[in-house]
Design a protein around this ligand. Structure first.
Ligand SMILES: Cc1ncc(COP(=O)(O)O)c(C=O)c1O
Length: 398
């Protein structure tokens, strides 16, 4: 029989209704050098420590002992790297031992492992609205029902959360409490305590996804959600080297309550055996050699200028009556246009003016607010931000 007549089995049920990421699809379209892109949450490539990372790879591969970094390795991750990460987390106010950590292939994999270990099809996941869209994809792929919880400039609203916890009994609450994607908002200290207390009372797991916490440009650091009283056996904390070292290395980590580390490790065994041995070894060598605090200070100094350039340009860019977030850190400004605009319709006009952003709708688990958009300020230097915002202004007026 000709192969074209043989019907192929359908895709797995779990993929139905899971849309592709518009951000990643957009990134694929943006390969035109003339476009100023505020779309992807990309770190500035000129700020990668190219020399330091090259030296770190060189160091771990330059002796015969380096052969072990080309070998299969334990699923839990490189011991020395876990020691270094645990030390840094402890210094930053979240007491952590190497044995509390699982190294992951980016924090995105940590989300998948959490979903695999904790969510049965039909389980309920509560999320702040709007939220990180690849987390929405991940929970949908696990067959979960995602329930939005209202948030405002101070992060998720504890009263709205209490109502959802009572009504929906979610297995898991997912939050980006510090410099959130897409809004740039930070959950206040008071609300962190309230969220930890509510989660403990309702017996809900909490995922604190924290890839941006080190990128603070002003104001005092806020204690981690995982460090709140009552959070020890509730909160899974996700960290990442993507925003401080390099996203291409795909290195993250997961700090979990003791009883969860083993199931999460089993989930990772099935996913990829372990994260790249050589990348972990090089990251550990890089951390040994570099002053990471000084490196992060350099990133923050540059990103702070970029943030300021974008925020300064907003009043002259967006129409009167627009609102936007004023983030203390991270990578994103979240804006809302007046007058029932759909920003997905604005995007082609923006692209025609050689500037890009992400329309806000895909970040919503519930009814989308189509007048919203996300602008990333980290990728471009200030002069290019000013030029890109001028183009965006012309696009909104065209
Ligand atoms: C909130 C959030 N979580 C997780 C990730 C994934 O990061 P990683 O590169 O560590 O997989 C991102 C990436 O942008 C993010 O914004």
């Amino acid at each position: 029989m000709p192969s074209s007549l043989v019907s192929t089995p359908p895709l797995a049920q779990r993929l139905r209704g899971v849309a592709g990421s518009p951000v990643r699809d957009l990134l694929a379209l943006l390969d035109r050098p003339e476009v100023v892109s505020f779309a992807g949450g990309l770190p500035a490539p000129e700020l990668f420590d190219l020399e330091g990372l090259r030296a770190a790879f060189d160091a771990v591969l330059s002796t015969p002992a380096g052969r072990r970094h080309l070998q299969y390795a334990p699923t839990e991750g490189n011991r020395h790297l876990r020691d270094l990460v645990a030390g840094r987390m402890t210094d930053r106010g979240l007491p952590t031992a190497a044995d509390d950590l699982l190294v992951t292939t980016g924090s995105q994999q940590a989300l998948t492992l959490v979903a695999t270990a904790l969510l049965d099809p039909g389980a309920v996941v509560a999320v702040e609205e709007p939220t990180y869209l690849a987390a929405l994809q991940c929970f949908s792929l696990a067959g979960a029902r995602v329930v939005p919880v209202a948030s405002d400039d101070d992060g998720i609203d504890p009263a709205a959360l209490a109502a959802v916890l009572t009504r929906e009994r979610p297995t898991l609450l997912y939050l980006v409490p510090t410099f959130a994607n897409p809004t740039g908002r930070t959950l206040t200290v008071e609300r962190r305590a309230a969220v930890a207390e509510l989660a403990a009372r309702h017996g809900t797991w909490v995922v604190e996804d924290d890839p941006y916490g080190e990128l603070r440009y002003r104001g005092a650091p806020v204690p981690s959600l995982a460090a709140q009283p009552g959070a020890e056996d509730r909160v899974l904390h996700l960290g990442s080297f993507s925003k401080t070292a390099s996203p291409g290395m795909r290195l993250g980590w997961l700090r979990a309550p003791a009883g969860l580390l083993r199931p999460l490790t089993v989930a990772k065994q099935a996913a990829d055996l372990h994260t790249s041995t050589i990348d972990q070894a090089a990251a550990a060598a890089w951390l040994d050699a570099v002053d990471l605090d000084a490196h992060v200070r350099r990133l923050c100094a540059a990103y702070s200028e970029r943030r300021d350039a974008m925020v300064a340009a907003l009043p002259g860019t967006l129409p009167a009556g627009s609102t936007w977030s004023d983030p203390d850190g991270g990578m994103f400004v979240w804006a809302r246009l007046p007058g029932g605009v759909d920003t997905a319709e604005l995007l082609p006009r923006a692209l025609a003016h050689d500037v890009a952003f992400v329309p806000g709708a895909p970040f919503f688990a519930g009814t989308p607010d189509r007048a919203t958009l996300r602008l990333s300020f980290t990728t471009n230097p200030p002069a290019q931000i000013t030029e890109g915002m001028a183009r965006l202004g012309r696009a909104t007026r065209s």
